[in-house]
Design a protein around this ligand. Structure first.
Ligand code: PMV
Length: 339
């Protein structure tokens, strides 16, 4: 048996604007992990997938277009081998469509596990590029931040090039197998600046789940339509987010948590103006602030999913209880260590 895992992620600030070339900061949540195990299966059975958490089971032969099937084929092509006879078991505690990178984490764990089963360890860049391709099929124009922070597993500063027409074109599954497939995948990954960020003091974050599930592509698509209809207004909003993300980077580097909290609040207000918050998200954000959080905002694509609150250790329990009382279906806690 071979096992591999990959973490959930949290966008601290800059979501949506990051799709349009502004910076964002993302954190891996090392304690919340998707896991994939690979067991040998009878000869000739091909790859079968079993995801008991999602109550799903399928085979590569019967569902070659299923995103994880296509990803497994891509990994095998990259390694120059035929798909093996194996049973792939997927388990993940990360809420699906909840803003915590569930799809990218499962895909990353699959790439790592399959490569390990075949005797390879792929570089994070390669894993990230393969997962990006898979995300692109699901979301259209992902910025690449999810696959990057999850594959590299460290807090990152991420700035991508704005999308081009070729980024928006769906990939084809019927390309001839070739040894250089990963280089091909890397070429498809938009150019991006990826830097580790300095964090001077531990950060305690509470993540409140609205329980509302919203596929990433819906708010991302709505923002694109609004941007196309009124580019000047949306470019100005994205610029304001970009400025505060730069300031958040400086606050992280200097350990100024009060300042960081205020920036998170401002980011939430701008996301509300962009139209990606929801009554449930706003309720949790306001509840966290009222209970003494240093700052709070939605995290991820919005319209549902999770929010994040930055808390001081002494208010943590009160904020947690207040979030639960305000309707959070679960409240997760994570501490980001200085780096
Ligand atoms: O909700 P998530 O985890 O899929 O995050 C989406 C982040 C966006 O900035 C809204 C989209 C993207 O591709 O960066």
């Amino acid at each position: 048996m071979t096992e591999a895992s990959a973490p959930a992620k949290l966008i601290l600030c800059g979501e949506h604007a990051v799709v349009y070339g502004r910076p964002a900061i993302a954190l891996p949540l090392g304690g919340i992990r998707a896991r994939v195990t690979i067991d040998l299966a009878p000869a000739g059975s091909g790859i079968t997938f079993d995801a008991p958490d999602m109550d799903r089971r399928w085979s590569l032969a019967a569902a070659p277009d299923e995103p994880l099937s296509a990803l497994a084929v891509r990994v095998c092509r990259e390694l120059g081998v035929a798909p093996p006879d194996v049973r792939v078991t997927i388990s993940s505690p990360i809420p699906i469509a909840g803003g915590m990178g569930s799809g990218a984490a499962v895909a990353t764990a699959l790439v790592r596990a399959l490569a390990a089963h075949l005797g390879y360890e792929l570089a994070p860049e390669t894993v990230s590029a393969l997962v990006y391709e898979s995300e692109r099929r699901l979301h259209g124009t992902p910025s690449g931040i999810d696959n990057t922070v999850i594959a590299f597993e460290r807090p990152i500063w991420f700035v991508r090039q704005p999308p081009t027409d070729s980024d928006r074109r769906p990939g084809t599954e019927n390309e001839a197998p070739r040894r250089t497939d990963t280089q091909h995948a890397i070429r498809r990954m938009p150019q991006a600046t990826i830097e580790p960020i300095a964090i001077a003091t531990p950060l305690t974050l509470l993540i409140g789940d609205t329980g509302v599930r919203s596929a990433t592509r819906l708010p991302v698509g709505a923002v694109r339509q609004r941007w196309q209809a009124d580019p000047a207004r949306y470019e100005a909003l994205f610029d304001q987010i970009g400025v505060l993300v730069w300031r958040a980077r400086a606050a992280l580097a200097q350990g100024e948590v009060v300042q960081l909290g205020a920036l998170l609040d401002q980011n939430h207000a701008l996301l509300q103006q962009i139209g990606v918050s929801s009554p449930e998200l706003d309720r949790l954000v306001e509840a966290a602030r009222a209970a003494g959080a240093l700052g709070a905002k939605l995290s991820g694509a919005g319209w549902g999913g999770v929010m994040v609150a930055l808390v001081a250790p002494q208010t943590r329990e009160h904020v947690r209880a207040t979030l639960a009382a305000a309707g959070a279906t679960q409240v997760l806690e994570t501490t980001i260590d200085p780096s």
